[in-house]
Write a protein that binds this ligand. Sequence first.
Ligand code: ZN
Length: 138
Amino acid sequence: MSDPSCKACSGTWPGSDHFIADLGLSMAYLHEDQYFPGWAVVVFKRHAIELFHLAPTERIQLMEEVSQFAKVLAETFDAKKMNYGLLGNQMPHIHWHLIPRLSNDPAPLQPVWRIPHDRVTLSADRIQATIARIKKRL
Ligand SMILES: [Zn+2]
């Protein structure tokens, strides 16, 4: 089940060059903005908008995938705290933002979307090196 007007379903977001791993019901990608190092997104494979639209078994498995992947990110980036964001206002297809918040975080009490910053876009080599670091712990 997919929605052709949806960026996740049509494969236009996130970019395939940011793909990290297939987690089962979801896929993990490095976020294109690395101002917060290790910022990743976990995208549900089929089109669904709300958690309450999922079957209970899917919801349980998705939360397990999100939790396990968050642990990998926390260990890889030595996070002081993990942030979890499931918004979908801009793209209504279930995707979790998983954001390691590090000890040198510029504003640790704020959600990342409230922190003004220039987007940090890594080179293709650095994207692949960052993905390789994460995959070592999967
Ligand atoms: Zn979709």
